[in-house]
Ligand binder design. Structure first.
Ligand code: HH2
Length: 280
């Protein structure tokens, strides 16, 4: 990932490609390499700047899988996809073994929902020389939605991410390779998610590019009872992506790439006509 887009430009779009049997919105759909490859290429054609490949669900209540299993799910797709696209490829994993295998197969970005929390992860990221996404999560996926608690969610998330960025820098990860992500839905109530979305400019002001992943998440159903099925959350996902763009995030992680690109382009054009420049 390059640094955030220039003022007036829209954020980059990261398309989600889950090769998992149990992801919350699309689990089980991409069980074969062929199906996953076709989906990834469709997202590429729809305008995704980055394709994010995940082999382990992080949805609330999800059970962990072994590194071997995760590599078995993601590597065949990465190997098949790498020669077919010039988009940047990202591996969504918290396991160093999986990240290493993926980067050696051509992935450009290590997207880690534990912010390089595994033993040896920061040093490995430095040696691999890839971009890293450091995401905030309270607790772990199996239990994180049980009773999330913060005194000041925005301040605590910013402090955590600043500290993790310091850890990555100390381990030798280059400053321009570090991205931050507030982790919408990861150990957060509706109020916490809204406070983070409203506070995005504060996170952007830390000086690192920010990635926002709000697509199809459960907080949308909490605001609209018609959105119980994740496939019925497009409107809410677009609203969140547009808010992120206005706050100056550098990228949005989404399932509905074509619709998001269109919404971001239209908003960017309107804001440019108004003379608005996002806070980057
Ligand atoms: N959200 C999910 C997974 N990975 N990575 C980042 N950086 N930010 C996010 O918000 C984020 C993420 C959850 O969404 P999804 O991949 O669709 O579902 P699952 O974890 O069930 O596979």
């Amino acid at each position: 990932m390059t640094a955030g887009p220039a003022a007036g430009r829209r954020p980059q779009v990261m398309g989600v490609v889950n090769v998992t049997p149990d992801s919350f919105s699309d689990g089980g759909r991409l069980a074969s390499v062929e199906a996953a490859l076709a989906h990834a290429l469709a997202l590429d054609a729809a305008g995704a700047d980055i394709l994010d490949i995940g082999g382990e669900s992080t949805r609330p209540g999800a059970e962990p899988v072994s590194a071997a299993e995760e590599i078995g799910r993601t590597l065949p797709l990465l190997v098949a996809l790498r020669p077919l696209t010039r988009r940047r490829l990202s591996i969504d994993t918290c396991k160093p073994e999986v990240a290493q295998a993926a980067v050696e197969a051509g992935a450009d970005i290590w997207n880690d929902v534990t912010a390089l929390g595994a033993p040896g992860a920061p040093g490995l990221a430095a040696r691999l020389g890839c971009q890293v996404v450091l995401m905030h999560m309270q607790g772990e996926p199996r239990t994180m939605q049980a009773a999330p608690h913060y005194d000041d969610v925005l301040a605590e998330v910013c402090t955590f991410l600043r500290e993790r960025a310091e850890v990555a820098l100390s381990a030798g990860v280059a400053r321009d390779r570090i991205w931050l992500d507030p982790g919408i839905g990861f150990g957060k109530t509706l109020e916490h998610n809204l406070a983070l979305l409203a506070g995005l400019p504060t996170l952007v002001a830390l000086g690192f590019p920010v990635l926002l992943g709000a697509s199809r998440k459960r907080f949308i159903a909490a605001l609209d009872p018609g959105g119980q099925d994740p496939g019925e959350r497009l409107g809410g996902s677009l609203a969140a992506a547009l808010a992120g763009a206005r706050a100056g995030v550098a990228a949005v992680r989404v399932h509905d790439v074509a619709q998001t690109v269109q919404a971001l382009e239209v908003q960017a054009a309107i804001l440019a006509a108004e003379g608005f420049s996002p806070a980057r």
